[in-house]
Design a binder for this molecule. Structure first.
Ligand code: IMP
Length: 182
């Protein structure tokens, strides 16, 4: 285990098993719909890569990059699009693939923004849900795991751009971000 990790919350095997289940469920729900899966960079990159390989019906992929936390551990609520979609989603079945919902501000912004582009349908699939921290009422259509209100890293999730490569999801030692504030 990495020295900055206090404990492993979800090991690699547990994540893979759940991602496979989500892929199977999406294959059933989106059969004949040829959906566009929109990966929210960078946090959802690894989840997206694993998820699509468990989907057995045709899908397309697009990518959107947004700013969220910077190097802090709490969201500012201000969302900025750093990279927009390559293609129009008008009349398409759209599934947002996101790493985590915490306050809900980011996903709520994305849903509003993409809805205004008139997709045929719009849903969200998130790997992690921290329901204890909501500032806007919101429930993703597909959720991998509900987790307690702790700052987690790994499997795509970062703290100050580090730890994304870890194959598991772990709780970051508080001293790592407390030291950064000093
Ligand atoms: P929200 O807007 O508060 O729901 O936060 C969503 C975004 O904040 C996610 O896309 C993540 O990038 C980031 N985030 C929230 N919680 C965590 C965490 O525990 N670890 C790493 N990133 C997080």
């Amino acid at each position: 285990m990495h020295e900055d990790i206090a404990k492993v919350l979800l090991d690699a095997h547990t994540i893979q098993r759940r991602v496979r289940e989500l892929g199977e469920q999406l294959s059933r729900d989106y059969a004949d719909k040829n959906p566009v899966l929109i990966c929210i960079l960078k946090g959802a990159a690894i989840f997206m890569a694993d998820l699509v390989r468990h989907i057995s019906v045709p899908v397309r992929m697009d990518f959107m990059a947004i700013s969220s936390y910077g190097s802090g551990v709490r969201t500012s609520g201000v969302v900025r699009i750093l990279k927009d979609l390559d293609s129009s989603i008008e009349r398409q079945h759209v599934l947002i693939v996101e790493d985590i919902v915490d306050s809900g501000l980011t996903l709520s912004y994305l849903l509003d923004n993409l809805q205004s582009r008139q997709p045929a349908s719009l849903r969200a699939c998130v790997l992690l849900d921290k329901p204890g921290q909501r500032r806007v009422p919101l429930k993703a259509d597909y959720v991998g795991f509900e987790i307690p209100d702790e700052f987690v890293v790994g499997y795509g999730l970062d703290y100050a751009e580090n730890y994304r490569h870890l194959p598991y999801i772990g709780v970051l030692k508080a001293e790592v971000y407390e030291n950064a504030r000093k």
